[in-house]
Write a protein that binds this ligand. Structure first.
Ligand code: ME8
Length: 520
């Protein structure tokens, strides 16, 4: 049995439809999950919706709906987005599901048994938009004296009876965790920010609410529902079988297990301060890594409903193609940094890399073989240049794998693209169309080299553009069980040739995209 690998996205608030930031996070996570599966790992990949809390309750009220009905409707859009973007999730969790309520109550009881929960009275600042409590010293003042959170959202003075979690007792344990597990918070810039925050001292955390009832009930405490982040964070272990399925837990949420949370930079504090403290308190294993990716901006500007610049990811996917959108987001934005998107940038990137470079390489080579050899696979007679090209592709595959293992998809794609350029330089230098008349045997050797190189490149890039890569590999006669990383550089070409496979006229994979006039 291969070593398990657990990876999750944040679970989204379904108080509106998904936006491109949600799509970005789930696409990046999907690419990593697919990559790990191709490396032969036993992957569990979870995403879903975070359905409780005041924000959901208030949105539902303003739409004159029950929170559950709002959650049902909106969660459906998130799931549809995942399916539309070819996201290979193993579970789409909804926090309103019964097994999740059970897990949240179980972790609560474990924290209580450890002596970390006590009843008190909360008086302080709360931001509904962030679903977060803030200290006075973190606030700034906005227009009309309105107090604002560090995220710039309005906060309200809140007074209510509340359960507290003894977060203050975990300051040193958390600092030890960051010191002993330097990769726990990535990238490093986010790690420094969190360390400074924890070094500044931690107040106990209010973990229940009495002013509304849309949430997980606090066991044995009528009128209290859990603070939404307690149940939200618990989603990760619900999916791993907590508390009943101990076998599943041992597989996907174990001490020293390979567990990665992919989240946005605005919620790093919840995942690297509260979450490990809850887990320590409940005596449960900790994740290995929390990666805080950057924000996606629309032409360099923050997206907001009032600016009307919130892109619908499904609209972009329909217009430009799912793989084109995936490729754009993962190649254009360095994972961890903020990035910008625009229709022009998607079109430019897709045309230059996918249509003109890789697509054209595959199209010219395969149609040349289909036409001039009647689809018969050319005979190999490798010279040094040919071996060099395949070595370059093999090297790119290794660089790609190392970068993906390191959560750096844009670096991985750059390595792949360099190998695509090398193939295009090779085809121009070897000019098989000239060899056709002067040296047909050499022409075959060149085409055979290209055939191998193209298929290997298609195998490499599968996690990023799964549907297009699969379509190309299908056309090239490479069966699904021959598409793993182990196939690269093996003798598959000789075997495929011996099987008598014949190539049909290839279908173009990446049409050249165009923009409507007003957007040029
Ligand atoms: O925060 N660019 O939900 P959410 C990139 N329910 N990523 C973005 C983004 C943008 N413009 N806007 C948001 C929540 N995100 C909680 C999470 S996890 C136990 C609970 C990211 O719907 C954001 O950083 O507001 C987060 O990782 C995810 O989208 C869901 O955001």
């Amino acid at each position: 049995m291969s070593k398990p690998y657990t990876i999750t996205t944040a679970i989204s608030y379904p108080n509106g439809r998904p936006h491109i930031g949600h799509a970005y996070e789930v696409i990046a996570t999907d690419a990593i999950a697919r990559f790990q599966r191709m490396m032969g790992r036993d992957v569990f990949f979870q995403t879903g919706t975070d359905e409780h809390g005041l924000k959901m309750a208030q949105t539902a009220r303003s739409r004159d709906m029950e929170p559950r009905a709002l959650a049902d409707e909106m969660s459906g859009y998130f799931r549809a987005m995942n399916d539309g973007l070819n996201i290979s999730y193993d579970r789409f969790i909804r926090t309103s599901e019964p097994d999740h309520h059970r897990a949240s109550q179980a972790i609560w009881q474990a924290m209580e048994a450890n002596g970390d929960l006590y009843l008190g009275r909360y008086e302080g600042w709360y931001s509904v938009r962030d679903e977060a409590f803030y200290d006075e010293k973190e606030l700034t003042e906005g227009e009309g004296g309105q107090k604002l959170s560090p995220q710039g959202t309005p906060v309200e003075w809140t007074v209510e009876e509340s359960w507290f979690f003894r977060l203050s007792a975990y300051q040193q344990k958390l600092l030890d965790l960051y010191a002993n597990q330097p990769d726990f918070i990535q990238p490093d810039s986010r790690r420094n920010e969190i360390m400074r925050f924890v070094e500044g001292g931690l107040s106990d955390l209010s973990v229940s609410r009495t002013s509304f009832d849309w949430g997980v009930k606090v066991p044995g405490s009528d009128g209290h529902v859990m603070y939404v982040w307690v149940d939200a964070l618990t989603n990760y272990i619900t999916g791993c079988g907590y508390p009943d399925d101990t076998e599943r837990m041992a597989r996907y949420w174990s001490e020293g297990g390979d567990i990665t949370h992919i989240i946005g930079k605005d919620i790093v504090r919840f995942h690297t301060v509260y979450w490990p403290a809850f887990l320590m308190s409940a005596k449960l294993p900790l994740p290995k890594q929390v990666f805080g990716h950057g924000f996606l901006l629309n032409r360099g500007e923050k997206m907001s409903k009032s600016l009307g610049n919130v892109a619908d990811p499904m609209e972009l996917a329909e217009r430009f193609g799912v793989d084109q959108l995936r490729y754009f987001l993962l190649s254009e934005v360095t994972f961890g940094n903020d990035g910008s998107y625009s229709a022009e940038a998607i079109v430019a990137r897709s045309n230059s890399d996918l249509a003109n470079s890789f697509g054209n390489l595959a199209q010219r080579t395969l149609s040349f073989i289909a036409k001039n050899l009647e689809g018969r696979l050319p005979e190999t007679a490798a010279q040094d240049v040919d071996r060099d090209l395949l070595a370059t592709v093999g090297e790119a595959a290794r660089t790609f794998q190392a970068a993906m293992a390191d959560l750096a998809p844009s670096t991985a794609i750059e390595a792949w693209m360099r190998a695509v350029f090398a193939c295009n330089a090779y085809i121009d230098a070897q000019a098989p169309w000239t060899l056709r008349k002067t040296d047909p045997a050499r022409m075959e050797a060149v085409l055979a080299t290209l055939y191998e190189a193209i298929a290997d490149l298609a195998i490499v890039i599968q996690p990023i553009i799964p549907a297009s890569a699969a379509a190309l590999l299908e056309q090239m006669g490479i069966a699904e069980d021959g598409r793993s990383y182990a196939a690269i550089g093996s003798d598959w070409y000789a075997r495929l040739r011996a099987s008598g496979f014949t190539l049909s006229a290839p279908k173009p994979l990446f049409p050249r995209l165009e923009l409507p006039v007003q957007e040029v």
